[in-house]
Design a protein around this ligand. Structure first.
Ligand SMILES: Nc1ncnc2c1ncn2[C@@H]1O[C@H](COP(=O)(O)OP(=O)(O)OP(=O)(O)O)[C@@H](O)[C@H]1O
Ligand SMILES: [Mg+2]
Length: 266
């Protein structure tokens, strides 16, 4: 059995019309029958244009929105049928990293408090020196100098803030990390540093990751397997190089054609 199995997942949103009696007039099939399996320690790249359903699929996996039908099975446990209290406990095992770390970090909390709070979700009793040591280790692992501990998010650059957001995601010791466009807002030179950090974390911690992007070249760099999503469905799936070099679906070929090529100058 795979680490994570998505079994024919559909997530639909009702569209309501009318001022008083709000009738359901239509549904948006944001996720429309997705089946995928992800192995322990794998990085799955999920690509597709804006609005194709990538974020909805990740929120469905996280059990933040209910699937209309289908099942999310994590380590043989069907999350879709678990009671809410059990889901809350299980949620520590999966964490998210978002495009805009500034929006996802609390501006009034120092790095220390942000990480302490996240570590305490898993280890509520941990305080004092023990907590401090864990924070220092986590910061170092994510390439942050421990001298920055008492600083606030606004005192950092975009790339460093994303490192803080990654440290916070790792603090509750998750098994699965879903990164939703984590480098899209960063300069190209910083992008590769963050991608390399994620690769290092996978190697050292055996993390399983779903890496979402609209940019196929970024996904190719980091992912073992790539799933191409189009209008709520997976239209192409395979090993990264296979998808990149022998794309079969017309939509994937369109995504490939959109990657800018650097011309060699004489
Ligand atoms: N809460 C909601 N209610 C109604 N429709 C929604 C809701 N959330 C998403 N949608 C619709 O579902 C579709 C998929 O949206 P989603 O945000 O998952 O796409 P995405 O692939 O993440 O796009 P982007 O690359 O822009 O982040 C879109 O048509 C969107 O408008
Ligand atoms: Mg999205």
């Amino acid at each position: 059995m795979a680490f994570l199995e998505l079994q024919d997942i559909q997530t639909h949103f009702p569209v309501r019309k009318g001022m008083v009696i709000r009738k359901v007039t239509d549904v948006v099939k944001a996720v429309d029958g997705v089946s995928l399996s992800i192995n322990q320690g794998e990085i799955l790249g999920l690509v597709g244009e804006s609005g194709c359903g990538k974020s909805t699929l990740s929120r469905t996996i996280m059990q933040l929105i209910p699937a209309t039908s289908g099942a999310v099975v994590l380590e043989d446990q069907n999350l879709s049928t678990l009671p809410q209290s059990e889901v809350r406990k299980r949620r520590l095992d999966f964490q998210m990293i978002f495009q805009d770390p500034y929006a996802s970090l609390n501006p009034r909390m120092t790095i220390y408090s942000t990480l302490a709070e996240a570590i305490n979700q898993r280890h509520p009793q941990l305080k004092g020196q023990g907590l401090n040591d864990k924070i220092v280790a986590l910061m170092e692992r994510c390439g942050l100098d421990q001298r920055f501990m008492k600083k606030y998010p606004h005192e950092f650059s975009g790339g460093q803030r994303q490192r803080i957001a990654i440290a916070r995601a790792l603090a509750p010791e998750p098994k699965l990390v879903i990164a939703d466009e984590p480098v899209s807002a960063l300069d190209v030179s910083i992008q590769s540093q963050i991608l390399n950090l994620l690769l290092e974390l996978r190697k050292d911690l055996g993390l399983t990751m779903i890496f979402i992007s609209h940019d196929l070249s970024v996904v190719r760099y980091i992912a073992d397997n790539i799933a191409v999503m189009y209008k709520g469905k997976i239209v192409e799936y395979g090993e990264a190089e296979q998808v990149f070099n022998h794309a079969e679906h017309a939509y994937t070929q369109k995504l490939l054609a959109a990657i800018p090529h650097i011309e060699q100058s004489a």
